[in-house]
Every structure is written in C-alpha cells, then in structure tokens.
Design a protein around this ligand. Structure first.
Ligand SMILES: Nc1ncnc2c1ncn2[C@@H]1O[C@H](COP(=O)(O)OP(=O)(O)O)[C@@H](O)[C@H]1O
Ligand SMILES: [Mg+2]
Length: 236
C-alpha cells in the first residue's frame, strides 16, 4: 500500500441494540499524519477506530484505507496495513510467553522462522522488553503489558498505527517511554486519548468527537486552547 491514508465518508454505525454510535462521520487522515482523537466517554471514539480495520463495518457510508474500501472481503488485507492496539492490553496477550505473543502475527503471515525472530527482536527492543521475552503476560506490570501489546502490533510492520487510550494506567516513566516510542514511528498514527498533554506532544492535529459526530478538527494547539470548542465538546 503506497498511500497510508484513512478516509471516512459519511459513516454511520448502529449497534445491534439500536445505539447510534456514529452519526455521519467524514474525515481524511493523510499519509504520515499523527492525529489525536479526543472526546468524552461514549462519544464514539472506540467505535470509530474499530472501523479502520474492518472489525466493525459501517451501517451506511464508506471507510477507505490506502485506496481499499473496507469490506468483509478486504478486512484481512486492511488488517495487515492497520495495526490496532486495543484499550485493554490483556485482550491482545494470550500466548504462553511474551515472545510468542509478539511472534503470533508474523507467524500467522507464514513468514520464515528466522524472519519472525528478527521481527520479534526488533519489536521487543523498540518497547524495551527484550529481557522479559520468556515471561508470561501475568508476570509483567501493567505498563509492560501495554508495551508488549504494542510490540505485538509493531512486529506486523503496520503502515498505520491506531491506539485506543494507550497511556491509561501508565506511570510517568512508562508514559514517557510510550511517547518516545510513538514519536519514533514514521507512519500514520491515530491516537485515541484522554491525555491532552500527550496529544499536544505527539499530534499536530486533533479531531474531537461529541455524541457520534466530529465536532472539531484542526491544529491541536488551537483546538485545546479554544474555550468555546472545549466547552461544546463537554471538556469544561
Ligand atoms: N457493544 C455495544 N453495544 C451497544 N452500544 C455500544 C457498544 N459499544 C459501545 N456502545 C455505545 O456506543 C456509544 C459510543 O461508544 P464508544 O465508541 O465506546 O465511545 P468512546 O470510545 O468514545 O468512549 C456509546 O453510547 C456506547 O454506550
Ligand atoms: Mg473507548
């Protein structure tokens, strides 16, 4: 995929129980951009990002990733391009060791085992977890589990990184390491966060959601200092 863009065109999503979580979302995130997705609990952030790799498909409208319309059929291909780090790292770690968790994706891609080892080493080094490769997830701290979940996505070599509240429950040191790690990722990043300082540090652009709609989209520095916008989004 040569163009790592994310494009939503008038996307609505209704959960099976009738909840309208997205009410007509249009946005474009271009190759190499880093964008923070902000908004109160329940505003639709997680629902939106689950559309970026086909885990949810729109009730109406279209999601396009790098030129490929996301459908049930294209979802496996899209998932190779979009690495998603879920809100709860425990949803992503299920193998006997951290090494195997990080190797899971590359092995699933049927890569030769020496390429798998190379990718796992690189990903574990990137998140500073090389020394605990042989441990099980339950033996790690919360911050280490979060890092392991990120490594399990980095080992797939994603073009686009989507993260759902990755700094939640991290101590200052783990949070700073995370910011440095994301800062070194050269591709497109979509970052759901409540951590406005992290948004300021990493993402020149922010999109703010409110009740299933995009209520603001622009420079992070400008949006976060605009009291009308922050009040409308429910932040104050
Ligand atoms: N599985 C689900 N079934 C029904 N409603 C859901 C489900 N998941 C989320 N919702 C609802 O969809 C809306 C958006 O939720 P969500 O995308 O999780 O928001 P956020 O990530 O911004 O907190 C909320 O009203 C939430 O209650
Ligand atoms: Mg959420």
């Amino acid at each position: 995929m040569s163009h790592h863009f994310i494009k939503f065109t008038d996307v609505t999503y209704r959960y099976p129980d009738g909840t309208e979580a997205l009410k007509g979302v249009s946005l474009t995130i271009t190759h190499g951009e880093r964008v923070a997705l902000l908004g109160l609990n329940g505003s639709g952030k997680s629902t939106l990002i689950l559309h970026t790799n086909g885990l949810l498909l729109p009730t109406s409208g279209e999601v396009n990733i790098g030129g490929i319309p996301v459908t049930k059929k294209t979802a496996p291909e899209v998932r190779r391009a979009v690495g998603m780090v879920f809100q709860n790292p425990d949803d992503m770690l299920f193998m006997p060791t951290i090494y195997d968790d990080v190797a899971f994706g590359p092995r699933n891609m049927h890569l030769p085992e020496d390429e798998v080892r190379h990718r796992v080493d690189d990903a574990l080094n990137a998140v500073g977890l090389h020394d605990v490769a042989d441990k099980a997830a339950f033996q790690l701290s919360g911050g280490q589990r979060r890092s392991a979940a990120i490594a399990s996505v980095l080992s797939m070599g994603p073009d686009i990184l989507v993260l759902d509240e990755p700094s939640a429950n991290l101590d200052i040191c783990a949070r700073n390491n995370l910011i440095n790690l994301l800062d070194s990722f050269r591709h497109t990043i979509l970052l759901v966060t409540h951590d406005l300082d992290m948004a300021r540090q990493l993402c020149p652009r922010s999109i703010i959601m409110h009740e299933g709609r995009v209520c603001a989209d622009g420079l992070t520095q400008t949006l976060l200092s605009d009291t009308d916008i922050m009040r409308d989004a429910g932040f104050m």
